[in-house]
Write a new protein. Structure first.
Length: 360
């Protein structure tokens, strides 16, 4: 059952929602970048998600010196639940999500709000930099593959982009994260759009596709307003699977949301083909990440998981739609069709080693 939320909102105010979990190393830069925004009409909602370092204390200290800051302390429930608490608390006309280890440019909010005032759309998405931790190596977002400049996207163009995403899900970042964009609070609250707390991965994608159901156009701003820190370690790149490999497979729910969105506008077979290809693409990507963490303790569990996965009705039915482009795996889908678990495990482990190096 979806929660009931308050929709009495303050015009022009941006509610900045920041989940914080053990972020003491980054918090000063993150919060400082919010406080110093050119756009001053903000409320800052810091959700201390059960931090075991000094992150919660740092949040409290900032709240004492800036009345725009609200701190919520909770037990550790993950970023999805933390963002949901922020949504419930938000009073601004707009919502902006920011991760605690990232930071934004000084004019980020003013640019987003100016473009909202100009185009009157229900979603404004800014471009971003990726910053590799420790080496300060900066790379672009990947939006250049689709956008040569700022662009207003109609419903038709949004649908075209979604099919581009379904064909190359790892190369189409517009809807792969929730941060760095201006959402309309009224749309979120009125339609009770929350992050799925059952997901540990792809919860941002699922949220975005749910939000898209209620808008007709969006604006992409080709200016780097957001700086996303990429942690240069294997555990971060793969997520620890712990005792449950399923946590890496949140794309199943995300693609279901994409399918629901497209169902209103596109032929059923076209949707099945696009979603089916993306389903297998993501399955391969996550199998590589899972098998990269194989060790003597979990090898049997991962073997059994792969066996169950490749025999699932969803994988069996979607394999027919997989059409690899250059650089995408051709051999793994063959082994999936043949239900060859051990070769899949070994190939994926090798691919993970090549991509991430030896796991720690």
């Amino acid at each position: 059952m979806k929660k009931i939320v308050d929709i009495n909102l303050v015009k022009g105010v941006v509610s900045m929602i920041v989940p914080v979990y053990n972020g003491e190393k980054y918090l000063h830069k993150c919060i400082g970048s919010i406080i110093n925004q050119d756009h001053k009409k903000i409320e800052i909602i810091l959700i201390d998600d059960g931090s075991t370092d000094d992150g919660g204390k740092i949040c409290n200290k900032y709240a004492l010196s800036d009345k725009r800051i609200i701190v919520i302390h909770t037990k550790n429930n993950g970023p999805a639940a933390a963002r949901n608490r922020g949504i419930e608390k938000a009073k601004g006309e707009f919502i902006f999500f920011l991760d605690a280890d990232d930071f934004i440019e000084k004019n980020a909010l003013s640019l987003l709000v100016e473009n909202y005032d100009k185009y009157k759309v229900d979603l404004i998405i800014g471009d971003f930099n990726k910053i590799k931790e420790d080496v300060s190596e900066i790379s672009n977002s990947g939006h250049d593959r689709f956008f040569s400049g700022s662009k207003l996207l109609t419903k038709k163009e949004i649908i075209e982009y979604i099919f581009f995403y379904l064909k190359k899900p790892n190369r189409a970042p517009l809807f792969t994260q929730s941060w760095g964009r201006l959402f309309k609070s009224e749309i979120i609250k009125k339609n009770k759009i929350f992050f799925n707390t059952d997901l540990r991965t792809f919860e941002d994608v699922a949220f975005n596709f749910e939000y898209l159901k209620y808008i007709d156009k969006l604006f992409f701003l080709k200016k780097n307003i957001y700086n996303h820190l990429v942690h240069d370690n294997y555990a971060s790149a793969t997520m620890k699977i712990c005792d449950d490999p399923k946590i890496l497979f949140g794309y199943i729910r995300a693609l279901a949301n994409a399918k629901e969105f497209l169902a209103k506008y596109c032929p059923d077979f076209e949707i099945k083909k696009g979603v089916g290809h993306a389903y297998i693409s993501y399955t391969i990507i996550q199998l590589v990440r899972t098998c990269g963490q194989v060790n003597d303790r979990n090898k049997k569990k991962i073997y059994e998981f792969i066996q169950k996965l490749i025999n699932s009705p969803e994988v069996r039915s979607n394999l027919q739609f997989y059409s690899p482009s250059k650089g995408e795996s051709k051999i793994l889908p063959v082994f999936m069709r043949l239900r060859l678990v051990f070769p899949i495990l070994m190939i994926c482990k090798y691919k993970a080693y090549k991509r991430y190096g030896k796991g720690k």
